[in-house]
Design a protein around this ligand. Structure first.
Ligand SMILES: [Zn+2]
Length: 408
């Protein structure tokens, strides 16, 4: 056995310290406070808080903002979270596009870049990522990078299959390769989960603790946040909503099903529809510009797609409401805002839903406000979330796992 007790104790001490840092940063992100107040609120000793604060001030993540009046004795120094004390990188890889954002710790964009991808083999894309990062390194420290791709991960017959997928992107290898390419710790996740976090940090879901986010990437993904934590599932694949069947016996999907949601409501489905109608060239190029133009002209071919997509989405949203009881469902991602608004306007949500209750203050469905870069912002949000949010479950989901253990 190569394990020694002092190694295990050391690992535990590191883990505890990382946890305590998250507790302190998370508290200060909510409001400025003195050390004694943080200690009282967190249950940490004043000495532990003092040691952590000294470290966080040196790193620039926390700044003293003055002294608070006290009834007696030395008035305590008040500290505040410093969003501009460090930066994080976020990358989204889609089959045709690489997006990079650089944000501060408040999620505010410092740099955004988007480049087309002619090829998607990991070596090429990781090289492009490193080049973009190099060209835009800020003067402040960079805490890490988030990298998000479409799911699902490690599913026979579903991963790396079809035009919405990235073949050869092995989740067991990619995070390590990305860390080597970027020279930074990398948080790896599914695009929709990350996009949901971004909408919660600074978007339509700000202030909500439980919500569902339907993400238009190339296909259609779902991120669910419940009580402030993203639901990832055992293998990081929770929310593979594109392949739920909304029309039994309907359009054949690459996954082997017939009538999958993604076949009716996704970038890919609108692209295929417009090609078939002759409104796009056969290779489907120029989709974004065409969508804006066709929308402005109230183009009938596009309106036919909108009605079909809205019907399919209505079924899916009713299902999500009854499954997760979200405060609201947000629609967002790589479609023009005006098109998402139109889809929402044409929804006909099922009446039999737990979302219908008298205390409701928000609409059942909202459009996201992070725009087409939402998953890349979400990738950055993964790093910020990990920096300031204590983990309830110390064990991260094993998205690199390829084999499930037998169920008991
Ligand atoms: Zn499918």
């Amino acid at each position: 056995m190569s394990f020694h007790l002092h190694q295990i104790a050391g690992k535990n001490a590191e883990k505890t310290k990382a946890h305590n840092r998250r507790v302190v940063l998370g508290y200060l992100r909510g409001q400025p406070a003195g050390r004694a107040e943080i200690a009282k609120a967190s249950g940490l000793s004043t000495q532990t808080v003092s040691n952590l604060m000294a470290e966080l001030v040196t790193e620039g993540l926390v700044v003293p903002t003055g002294r608070r009046r006290a009834a007696r004795g030395q008035p305590p120094v008040v500290y505040a979270f410093n969003p501009s004390g460090a930066a994080v990188l976020g990358f989204e890889v889609r089959p045709d596009t690489l997006t990079m954002v650089l944000t501060d710790l408040g999620g505010t964009a410092l740099v955004t870049r988007q480049i087309p991808l002619a090829q998607t083999d990991p070596a090429h894309v990781l090289g492009q990522m490193a080049m973009l990062a190099q060209a835009h390194m800020p003067h402040m420290p960079v805490l890490g990078a988030g990298l998000v791709i479409p799911g699902p991960f490690g599913v026979d017959g579903l991963s790396g299959v079809g035009p919405t997928a990235l073949p050869d992107w092995d989740p067991a290898q990619i995070p390590l390769q990305a860390e080597a390419a970027l020279g930074l710790p990398v948080h790896f996740d599914k695009d929709a989960t990350a996009a949901a976090l971004a909408e919660g940090m600074a978007g339509a879901a700000s202030g909500l603790s439980s919500y569902a986010f339907l993400y238009f990437g190339t296909g259609l993904g779902l991120g669910v946040v419940a009580q402030g934590q993203p639901i990832r599932g055992a293998f990081g694949n929770a929310g593979e909503v594109g392949h739920i069947i909304v029309h039994p016996g309907g359009l054949i999907c690459e996954c082997g099903n017939a009538g999958c949601l993604e076949q009716y409501a996704s970038r890919l489905s609108v692209q295929r529809h417009l090609i078939a109608m002759g409104a796009l060239p056969p290779d489907g190029t120029g989709l974004d510009a065409a969508l804006v133009q066709l929308l402005a002209n109230q183009n009938q071919d596009l309106m036919v797609w909108v009605d079909t997509a809205a019907e399919a989405l209505s079924r899916a949203i009713g299902l999500l409401e009854n499954l997760f009881d979200p405060q609201c469902t947000v629609l967002g991602g790589a479609l023009p805002d005006a098109l998402i608004d139109l889809l929402i306007a044409r929804l006909s949500l099922p009446p039999g839903s737990v979302a219908r209750h008298s205390g409701r203050r928000n609409p059942r469905v909202l459009r996201g406000t992070s725009g087409t870069l939402t998953a890349a912002f979400g990738a950055a949000a993964l790093v910020i979330h990990d920096t300031v949010t204590p983990r309830l479950d110390a064990r991260a989901p094993d998205i690199a796992a390829t084999e499930s253990p037998p169920c008991p």
